[in-house]
Design a protein around this ligand. Structure first.
Ligand SMILES: *Cc1c(COP(=O)(O)O)cnc(C)c1O
Length: 345
C-alpha cells in the first residue's frame, strides 16, 4: 500500500484569503497598474508552440541592464518561490542546518523542511531588529550551513544596513541567501546586488512581483558568483520560465522610466499611509518602513483584522501584529476611514 512520506505530516496547504474583498492590502502586491498596451505588444508574435529559452536570455539581459549586474551571473526563476526551493533542494544536503531569523518570510522554512534540512530559528528582539553579531555567533557555534532572510524584511518592514550585511557574509563560511524582494522601495545603495558576485557564499534574490507590479507572471532572479550560478542553472528545471513571462518581463524591465515611476508611486503611497496611521494614534507601535507595507504592533490586532474584513478590507494579521500593504489613494483613505470607526467603538 502506498503511503505518503512521513515528512508531509508537518505541512498544511497554503491557504490564501478567499472571498470577494473590495480592498486587498494583505499580500504586498503593487497597486500600480501595468500598461496593458505594452504587455500586448510584448507578447505579440511569441511562439507558443516552442519551448522557452532555458536561460531567459533577453529577460536576464533586461534585468541586468536595469540593475547594473553581469547577466552571466543571473539565474531567472518562476518567482522567488521557485528559486528559494531550488536553493534548498540543490545547494544543501539533507540534514544540513539552515537558519531563519523569525519572524520572516515563511517560504524559507517551508522549502527547507520539504527538502529535509534542519531548520534553526533565531528570534528577533522585541523591537524586531536583528543583532548581526548574535547571528554570526550562532552560525559559527552551531554548524549552520546556510542563512536565508529578507532585507528589507517581510513582515517587520525594517532594513539592515549594508555594512552589517557585509560583516555577516565575511564573518561566516555559511551560504547567505539575501532576499531583497523589497529593496526597490528602500534604497538601492543598501542593496548587495552590485557586489553579489564578489563573495563565494552569497546569493541575492530580486523579484518582479512587488516593484514591477508583475506578481501574476511569476518572475524572479538569483544573482551570485560563478560557482553557485553554474549550480543553479544546472539544477533548475530546463524550461522553468514560460515564454509569456519571459516576454512580459523583458519588456517591463527594459522600461527604466516606467519602473522608476512605479516605485516612486508606491513609496509615496506608503509614506502617506504611514503618516495617516500614525495620526490615528490607535496602535501600540508602528514600525518604520523600508518596504511597500506597514507593520503594526497592537493588542487589538485580531479584532481589528476581523472588523476590517467585515468592511471588505483585507490585511494580514500575525498574532499581535498587523501588516498592511500600501494601496491607491482611495484604498488608503477607505482603510483609514474604517480604522477610525473601529477606534471609536
Ligand atoms: C513576496 C515575497 C517574495 C515572493 O516572491 P515571488 O517572486 O512572488 O515568488 C519573496 N520574498 C519575500 C520576502 C516576499 O515578501
Amino acid at each position: 500500500m502506498y503511503q505518503l512520506p512521513e515528512k508531509l505530516k508537518n505541512f498544511t496547504p497554503y491557504e490564501p484569503l478567499v472571498g470577494d474583498y473590495k480592498i486587498r492590502l494583505d499580500v504586498n502586491e503593487s497597486f500600480v497598474e501595468v500598461d496593458e498596451e505594452k504587455i500586448i505588444e510584448a507578447v505579440r508574435g511569441v511562439s507558443l508552440n516552442r519551448y522557452p529559452d532555458p536561460y531567459a536570455t533577453d529577460t536576464v539581459n533586461a534585468f541586468s541592464r536595469l540593475f547594473g549586474v553581469n547577466p552571466a551571473l543571473v539565474t531567472a526563476g518562476s518567482g522567488l518561490d521557485e528559486l528559494i526551493g531550488l536553493i534548498a533542494a540543490s545547494l544543501l544536503e539533507k540534514g544540513d542546518k539552515l537558519l531563519c531569523l523569525t519572524p520572516d518570510f515563511s517560504m524559507y522554512a517551508f522549502y527547507s523542511r520539504l527538502y529535509e534540512l534542519e531548520v534553526a530559528e533565531l528570534p528577533k528582539s522585541e523591537d524586531m531588529t536583528v543583532d548581526i553579531r548574535a547571528v554570526i555567533d550562532y552560525i559559527n557555534k552551531n554548524n549552520v550551513k546556510a542563512l536565508m532572510f529578507s532585507n528589507p524584511c517581510n513582515p517587520t518592514s525594517l532594513g539592515i544596513e549594508k555594512a552589517e550585511i557585509r560583516r555577516l557574509i565575511t564573518s561566516t563560511g555559511a551560504l547567505v541567501v539575501l532576499d531583497e524582494a523589497y529593496m526597490d522601495f528602500w534604497d538601492e545603495s543598501e542593496s548587495m546586488l552590485s557586489e553579489a558576485t564578489d563573495y563565494s557564499n552569497l546569493i541575492v534574490l530580486r523579484t518582479c512581483s512587488k516593484s514591477c507590479s508583475l506578481a501574476g507572471i511569476r518572475l524572479g532572479f538569483a544573482v551570485a558568483g560563478e560557482k553557485i550560478t553554474h549550480a543553479l542553472r544546472t539544477m533548475k528545471s530546463p524550461f522553468n520560465v514560460g515564454v509569456l513571462t519571459q516576454a512580459i518581463g523583458a519588456a517591463a524591465l527594459s522600461d527604466a522610466e516606467g519602473y522608476k515611476r512605479s516605485v516612486q508611486a508606491v513609496k509615496k503611497s506608503t509614506l502617506c499611509l504611514y503618516n495617516a496611521l500614525t495620526e490615528l494614534n490607535m496602535f501600540g507601535r508602528i514600525f518604520e518602513t523600508r518596504t511597500n507595507f506597514i507593520f503594526i504592533k497592537t493588542e487589538r490586532a485580531r479584532e481589528i483584522y476581523e472588523e476590517l474584513l467585515r468592511k471588505s478590507i483585507a490585511v494580514r494579521c500575525f498574532g499581535g501584529y498587523l501588516r498592511i500593504s500600501a494601496g491607491t489613494e482611495e484604498e488608503n483613505s477607505a482603510l483609514i476611514c474604517a480604522l477610525s470607526e473601529i477606534k471609536r467603538k
